[in-house]
Design a protein around this ligand. Structure first.
Ligand SMILES: Cc1cc2nc3c(=O)[nH]c(=O)nc-3n(C[C@H](O)[C@H](O)[C@H](O)COP(=O)(O)O)c2cc1C
Length: 334
């Protein structure tokens, strides 16, 4: 059975990717993911903000050491001697890419235009097969208009595309007033792929302690409906590869995303919840299903249930029909 797929111009052995997550924080972690069969690994993001903060702290600590005892290196706080954050990240990427025979994709989350380009370029030098732009930002100010948010995505893409020769994917948030137009503009601007979607940190409130709890929550399968809808609508309409992200709990979600038209499907929460070996379970489920349904190639599956061209309006009719049916079931016909 042929599970090979193309993503960002790369040929992958199968369509299941390990999404950016703490599972790729070590070379052993990346090797484990490769051993259990994923098609590629997206390394956890290099966060420019974190690196700047760390560098500032180190500079402050170094200055303190200098003032207190200029000649004695042993009086320097231990963290001054730690590897600089970016170097550490790039070294991990380099070692991980050399340790496995599947593509390792570098992920950047920048805060300055120069930072995005510089880190992407360094990742390419370190052996990244492609770059994923984790443009994660919550435009919380009521004075930031939508066009500016969109333009930022295009500007970041433009900067990075001019700095690297490897393919570049843009990981998007689910919140745009016109997601399809945003994807089309990125496509026209040269994005090699789009990842739909990242998940926002949505803090909870503890009613007893009267505090906010910012913890990261893992996703549930039901959350896949939104990205799947967009994949189904965009499939066949853009040149860029489509990667699905969110809610892949088992083989069923992977299969649904492929039927909707995804080129690859990323998983983070399920692999964190059940352990990296769960990737093999998901892939086995895909093989069993394809065998049962008589599909020999992934190409026969992909996009089978994408929204046909010129039928976007059907979505609206489906929506009205579904809501009418649900209302009748709950309250009887009027
Ligand atoms: C603990 C945790 C850490 C994550 N770290 C990153 C990251 O460094 N960069 C990134 O782009 N996405 C990160 N994500 C988001 C995932 O890559 C993924 O897009 C999201 O969780 C939705 O997929 P899922 O439903 O399979 O978890 C993280 C998610 C989790 C749960």
């Amino acid at each position: 059975m042929d599970l090979r797929t193309r993503y960002l111009g790369l040929t992958l052995r199968n369509p299941l990717l390990a999404a950016a997550s703490p599972l790729s924080r070590t070379v052993e972690g990346v090797r484990h993911l490769a051993d259990v069969g994923v098609g590629a690994v997206v390394l956890f993001s290099l966060f420019e903000e974190e690196i700047r903060r760390e560098a500032q702290q180190n500079a402050m600590l170094a200055a303190q050491g200098n003032e207190s005892y200029a000649e004695s290196l042993t009086y320097f706080p231990a963290s001054v001697h730690r590897e600089h954050g970016a170097t550490r990240h790039l070294r991990l990427l380099e070692r991980a890419a050399a340790a496995v025979d599947i593509p390792v994709i570098g992920s950047v989350n920048g805060i300055t235009p120069g930072g995005w380009a510089q880190y992407a370029h360094s990742m390419q030098d370190a052996g990244a097969a492609a770059i994923e732009l984790n443009i994660y930002s919550l435009p919380g100010s009521p004075h930031i208009d939508g066009r500016r948010v969109e333009q930022r995505h295009l500007d970041v893409l433009d900067r990075v595309k001019s700095a690297v020769t490897v393919p570049v994917a843009v990981k998007l948030s689910p919140f745009f007033s016109s997601t399809a137009e945003m994807v089309r503009r990125l496509d026209e601007a040269g994005a090699d792929g789009v990842v739909l979607f990242n998940r926002f940190l949505q803090p909870d409130i503890d009613c007893e302690t009267l505090r906010t709890a910012p913890g990261v929550t893992l996703s549930a399968a039901a959350e896949m409906r939104l990205p799947m809808t967009w994949i189904a609508l965009l499939s066949g309409r853009v040149r860029a590869s489509l990667a699905a992200s969110t809610g892949v709990e088992g083989a069923a979600e992977l299969i649904k995303y492929l039927l909707a038209g995804a080129d690859v499907v990323q998983s983070a929460s399920a692999l964190l919840r059940h352990g990296p070996d769960h990737a093999a379970v998901i892939l086995d489920g895909l093989r069993t299903w394809m065998h049962r349904k008589g599909f020999a190639n992934l190409g026969d599956v992909r996009g089978l249930l994408a929204v046909p061209k010129d039928q976007e309006t059907r979505q609206r009719a489906d929506y009205v029909g579904a809501v009418r049916d649900a209302n009748s079931q709950a309250y009887g016909t009027w």
